[in-house]
Design a protein around this ligand. Sequence first.
Ligand code: UN1
Length: 513
Amino acid sequence: ADTIALPTTDELRTLARTSLQRCGVDPAVLDTAGVTNTVTARTPVTGDALFDYPAAGAADVEAAIDAAHDAFLQWRTVPGPVRGFLIKRLGELLTEHKEDVANLIGIEVGKIRSEALGEVQEMIDICDFAVGLSRQLDGRTMPSERPGHRLMETWHPLGVVGVVSAFNFPAAVWSWNLALAIVCGDAVIWKPAQLTTLTAAACSALFDRAAKESGAPANLNVLVSASAADTQALIDSPKVPLISATGSERMGEQIAPRVAARFGRAILELGGNNAAVVTPSADLELATRGIVFAAAGTAGQRCTSMRRIIVHQDIADELIDRISQVYRRLPIGDPFADGTLVGPLIDGKSHANMTEALEQAVAQGGQILAGGRRRPSSDNSYYVEPAIVRMPTQSEIVKDETFAPILYVLTYDTFEEAIALHNDVPQGLSSSIFTTDQREAERFIAADGSDCGIVNVNIGTSGAEIGGAFGGEKTTGGGRESGSDAWRAYMRRATNTVNYSRELPLAQGVNFA
Ligand code: UN1
């Protein structure tokens, strides 16, 4: 194959600088001469370093906790709808700077243009949602068993929320948490992936501007671009009642017990091993399109990326043939170029993981039907052909999440078998079924169907809208973010019993006179 044509690192560097500046990041911070703690910003597009950026250390994280806590103490008494103004302004600024933020996402993650813009759109959408929510932070009123009494619940701001985000959605995942936390009266400390420190800086600058313009206190969002080692205080601090963390299962295993040990709350968004069941009645043309976007899109680097197909044996060959044909002509390359659908992997480690997984799959009886090779580009960039691998059984490697575009194909005979295979993995994030048989579709979304947090019919596993609650079960971690009533995790509930009578009847008929 021809060598992939890439922009120069200098071009990307210039674009990163101007995008940062337009979002309100002081260009002086880019002069890191004499700064001891820095992180090197890189781009997977060429694989090169862009420039050094100031990082936060352990002491900064400690200071951030105090600063955010002070901001929370002021913010919690500001009425919800007034808190909404700040998020409304943030949504406007994100709309105005959509291109700039998308540039940085494209540079740091290698997302294709429409997906980078889509990520910023997802941020604008959650801001809209949160603004509406700021007038709907409602509690219930229940009938009291006692005369002259009222029983109700009120929802109060919780405190400082620690947001730990991953490289692959470097801006949107923060915004899902931040927009809800802010309208709920909380403050946020944001620890982004160090791979996406520039995107985080730009988003935080836009937030700071929105806060200033809407008269909100400073430090409602404190960015700490620190290493995991330097972020320990955030995980352990009793001043941080909620940690919302997105990343690997390994990261979740490290964080969750420590948050639990101090009786903190955690929202965990960890691995996915998302599958599509494709039944004999499926519209195969539509299924192919849905599968290819979910499996090859974002170079397989979404937590919702499709990693498995469970297809009925009678249609397996036809479906595989259709997908392989599309895979063979997928435009792989410079994510900034028009027409590209598959950009680079994030780094060499990710490529090594993909290669290793493919080797293991073959060792476990798999047959690579398409893709899997690295396309020639620059030395440090990793552009790969998304792979399809037919597996004889759901062996060990299929049960692992490899964060790269590998799609394992398994076949089934009975529908029961399909559901059993579907659920027989440790993870439980997203799932889908392609069928035109209503019985199968309903069964898949029923209690004894898919065991995932997201269950789709006739669309792929990725690309969820913000209006629904986002998250999954089992090793995915159980957290829910974004829409529906996910906001409740960002508040504390108080149950109130109010006696407006002149008597003092006791509950349960207790007599204490
Ligand atoms: C993630 O990959 O961490 O549903 C989030 C989706 C996107 C979010 C993915 N809305 O694919």
